[in-house]
Design a protein around this ligand. Structure first.
Ligand SMILES: Cc1ncc(C[n+]2csc(CCOP(=O)(O)OP(=O)(O)O)c2C)c(N)n1
Ligand SMILES: [Mg+2]
Length: 348
């Protein structure tokens, strides 16, 4: 497994001190965002939240390895990647509040988040094929979880990528859980990375709690993909929190006992102590990073709060030009329900 922290000095990597600080800044920004999003959801400010706490190094390291013009195929879990790619925090909050106004005028080539598991894997292979037809130099990074590797779409997407030499990096973030199903029950394969062998390309494992290692691995994988050799990256990390705010992980796991040996430390704390050892950050810098992240977050929440709620009709009206009869009757039912009930009194 590829790893840098504890094995090499920063000077022995391709990253400058400034590059490393940029990684750290995004890890703090995304850590604070996740904490705040969770708190906002608990207040009823928005519907469910899928926390990514513990996965910041993996996501930020991969996002920093991508060129601005590369395409990201994200999921509900990869919000840290999107933030690190330049998506405003307020967009993510608006999306979670159900506002159709969740894509501001930014210039980041990201697909919409996939919620059906693994569907984006075939889309990403297809986008890679389109890039080959267009003779473009861009690449695609497709994010998915360990659970997604058991889906048929995983097989179909990787098979097409191998046959058509697409410029696609398949980035599997193995956080050890698919809702309540642990990795050991997900597949009998010894590693997820080795599944790439069946498709005729390389599979690599990286310490997903080490942002420098992830950065190096994904940089090399994207370079290979641009040369027509797709890569499957297995980024080993750990979902510290619940699957989403709808579940209670204490019902199915004991975090103290379940901690795998490679989950050496919290990625944000671990990277900070590495950078302190390397003389790249100090107290004043760290304090400023947290202060700025908090200010950015406060502005994002204020901005999202400033967007007027669309009301429940938006759920129906943004789907079809002509509403099919089944949905039309659901819309009518909801309207009459809301007219006869005070929704504020309904307990969540
Ligand atoms: C096609 C499909 N089947 C089932 C689900 C329900 N579901 C939502 S998340 C999830 C687990 C996914 O686990 P993993 O791929 O490891 O991603 P993670 O949530 O850990 O990021 C499942 C089964 C779904 N969303 N889509
Ligand atoms: Mg998972």
């Amino acid at each position: 497994m590829h790893r840098v922290i504890g094995e090499r000095d920063l000077a022995e990597t391709g990253l400058s001190a400034e590059d490393a600080r940029a990684l750290y800044i995004d890890m703090v920004r995304t850590r604070r965002f996740d904490e705040r999003a969770l708190a906002l959801q608990r207040r009823g400010w928005m519907s469910g939240w899928p926390p990514y706490r513990g996965q910041e190094a993996s996501q930020v390291g991969a996002a920093h390895a991508m060129a601005d013009a590369d395409w990201l195929f994200p999921t509900y879990r990869s919000n840290a990647m999107q933030i690190a790619r330049g998506v405003p925090m307020s967009d993510i909050l608006l999306f979670r509040r159900g506002s159709p106004e969740y894509t501001s005028d930014h210039d980041v080539p990201n697909f919409p988040q996939a919620v059906p598991i693994a569907t984006q894997i075939v889309h990403a292979a297809g986008a890679g094929m389109a890039m080959n037809y267009a003779d473009a130099d861009d690449a695609v990074l497709c994010y998915f979880g360990d659970g997604a590797t058991s889906e048929g779409d995983f097989h179909e997407g990787l098979n097409f990528a191998g046959v058509f030499d697409t410029p696609t990096v398949f980035f599997c973030e193995n956080n050890n859980w698919a809702i309540s199903l642990p990795r050991r029950k997900q597949t009998a394969s010894e590693t997820i990375a080795q599944k790439a062998i069946a498709y005729g390309f390389e599979g690599v494992q990286v310490d997903g709690n080490d942002p420098v290692a992830v950065y190096e691995t994904v940089t090399a994988a994207l370079e290979s993909a641009r040369d027509g050799e797709p890569v499957l990256v297995e980024s080993l990390t750990y979902r510290q929190g619940a699957h989403t705010t709808s579940d209670d992980p204490s019902k199915y796991r004991d975090i103290e006992e379940e901690l795998p040996e490679w989950r050496t430390a919290d990625p944000v704390e671990r990277f900070e102590s590495y950078l302190r050892e390397q003389g790249v950050v100090n107290d004043a810098f760290v304090d400023r990073v947290y202060e700025e992240a908090n200010e950015e977050l406060a502005d994002a929440v204020e901005e999202a709060e400033g967007v007027e709620s669309e009301g429940p009709d938006a759920v129906f009206d943004t789907l079809y030009a002509d509403l099919p009869p089944g949905l039309a009757s659901q819309k009518a039912w909801l309207q009459s329900f809301l007219e006869t009930h005070d929704v504020q009194e309904i307990e969540h």
